[in-house]
Design a protein around this ligand. Structure first.
Ligand code: NAD
Length: 491
């Protein structure tokens, strides 16, 4: 696990009007590296007054930015894409240092983020509005306008990628954006701000205000902020959705997940096992798209044996990165320790895995638990670690009933070689993102990202074409020009 070659300031600044500003707040948290346990920096919890300053600067900058032609605005995004590509190694090191992912995982997350920038580069082609002659001499024209100042609140698990789900389309559409990154991983956002400045983004169009609950609530209540995108746990997504919409904002809030993968007997054993293991343990299981429950339909023991073999071979600190904190290690280990309560059994105990990471890092090995019913805590709560809970069922119907009854709805997948089984699953599964023989079914741009049920609050999805609608408002202009217009201009 490499440490970052990016110089990390001891105190994480805010970015207000394009300038690094250290918050006056005495309330500060340590940013620790999950790979080593070392303190990387301290991050002040900004005050509502500091948010006000950022929003005021953003509102001022937005006037000129919003009036800049779309084709000119996206030139900044083209440059930003080039700069992100040029800096991908350094940025991956930084994401690994503050989040704990392995370097290839951090690299992968940045490449996916760049796809979101590419999508926004195409805005002149897909968001230029429309015009139609609706009656003789009468034209209707629809044109998209920015909302003004908008905000994003992001989680710890993808410190660069999740902000880039939001920022490119939001600023491409002419808004000024205020980001409140996770207080656990605030460093990547500062590098992002530097890159955007270097790309030529006018000062104030992108701001960063660090903090925790107080700033999130101030964002929700702020009268100048017109829209908020949130990504994080379901508990906070609900709070942000309720509070933000109560103050008249558009809110799109993505929440937590408990993803079910269904394995049927005709699934290809090797491909299925590799794919399930990658889904459950990639990014140390700290992904909202991670496999969490494996619904084993009928006799699939030959596949479960392979899953166990592959998971047992994973070494924390080498194949599995660190989890975000020591508290997370204890939370994940707690689920494994309590498995036997309510009749479950531990098939693979990650707490016993030998670790190759540095001494103080927050590592935990991969665990497999088998439980008797969907109400077992390991089968219904979001664990957010490298674990897999197996639940045996007799039929596909039973599997789908369990998947449908779980309150979340981010992702689900099936492993089968039957088109009919895949089609039945696709029609009946109750989740926004489905995979057939693929365990992390993230839709690639331009297909939008977003779940259902308790994984999502507000309408539409967060990326792709729905993001254009979310970050803009439309003006509909009806124009009549007739041959006698000069003498008939009031009719
Ligand atoms: P979190 O909900 O604890 O934090 C997310 C953001 O909310 C952070 O910026 C944090 O400062 C803020 N926050 C935390 N508690 C708050 C409170 N009480 N009031 C107001 N604001 C608060 O989430 P996390 O632990 O950073 O991230 C992990 C969670 O995010 C998991 O549940 C995961 O499934 C989810 N997630 C979902 C998606 C998705 O697309 N659905 C993507 C990534 C992560």
């Amino acid at each position: 696990m490499a440490s970052s070659t990016i110089a990390i300031e001891k105190t994480v600044p805010n970015i207000i009007c394009g300038v690094e500003v250290i918050s006056d707040s005495a309330r500060r948290l340590a940013v620790t590296s999950p790979t080593t346990g070392e303190t990387l920096a301290e991050v002040p919890m900004s005050t509502a007054a500091e948010l006000d300053q950022a929003v005021a600067a953003a509102a001022k900058a937005q006037v000129g930015w919003g009036a800049t032609p779309l084709k000119d605005r996206v030139q900044v995004l083209f440059k930003m894409k080039t700069l992100l590509e040029a800096n991908v190694d350094r940025l991956a090191e930084l994401v690994t240092a503050e989040n704990g992912k392995t370097i290839p995982e951090s690299m992968g997350s940045i490449l996916r983020a760049i796809e979101c920038v590419e999508f926004a580069c195409s805005l002149p082609q897909i968001a230029s509005g429309s015009v139609l002659e609706v009656s003789r001499g009468v034209e209707c024209k629809e044109h998209k306008y920015p909302l003004g100042v908008v905000a994003g609140i992001t989680p710890f698990n993808f410190p660069l990628m999740v902000p880039l789900w939001m920022v490119p389309t939001a600023i491409g559409m002419g808004n000024a954006f205020v980001l409140k990154p996770s207080e656990q991983t605030p460093l990547s956002a500062i590098e992002l701000a530097k890159i955007m400045k270097e790309a030529g983004l006018p000062d104030g169009v992108f701001s960063v205000v660090n903090g925790d609950r107080e700033i999130v609530e101030a964002i929700c209540d702020h009268p100048t902020i017109r829209a908020v995108a949130f990504v994080g746990s379901t508990k906070v997504a609900k709070l942000v959705y309720g509070r933000g919409t109560a103050s008249g904002k558009r809110v799109r809030a993505l929440g937590g997940a408990k993803n079910h993968l269904i394995v049927v007997p005709d699934a290809d054993p090797e491909m299925t096992a590799s794919n399930v293991v990658a889904s459950a343990t990639g990014c140390a299981g700290q992904r909202c798209m991670a496999a969490s429950v494996l619904l084993a339909v009928g006799d699939v023991d030959h596949i479960l044996d392979l899953v166990r073999e592959k998971m047992a071979a994973l070494v924390p600190g080498r194949d599995i990165g660190g989890v975000i904190s020591q508290a997370a290690v204890e939370r994940i280990s707690g689920y494994v320790a309590r498995t036997a309560e309510n009749g479950g059994k531990v098939i693979l105990d990650g707490r016993e895995a030998a670790c190759e990471g540095p001494e103080g890092g927050y590592y935990v090995g991969a665990s497999i638990m088998e439980v008797n019913g969907p109400d077992h805590e390991a089968a219904c709560e979001e664990i957010f670690g490298p674990t897999l809970t197996i639940l045996r069922v007799k039929t596909l119907d039973e599997a789908l009933d369990i998947e449908n009854a779980n309150p979340y709805g981010n992702a689900s997948a099936i492993y089968t070689s039957s088109g009919l089984v895949a089609q039945t699953f696709s029609r009946r599964a109750s989740a926004g993102m489905l995979g057939v023989n693929i365990g992390v079914p993230v839709p690639r741009e331009p297909f939008p990202f977003g779940g259902w049920n308790d994984s999502s609050f507000g309408s539409g999805d967060l990326t792709g074409p729905p993001a254009i609608e979310f970050w803009s408002k439309t003006k509909k202009i009806t124009t009549k020009w007739t041959a006698g217009a000069s003498s008939n201009w009031m009719s």
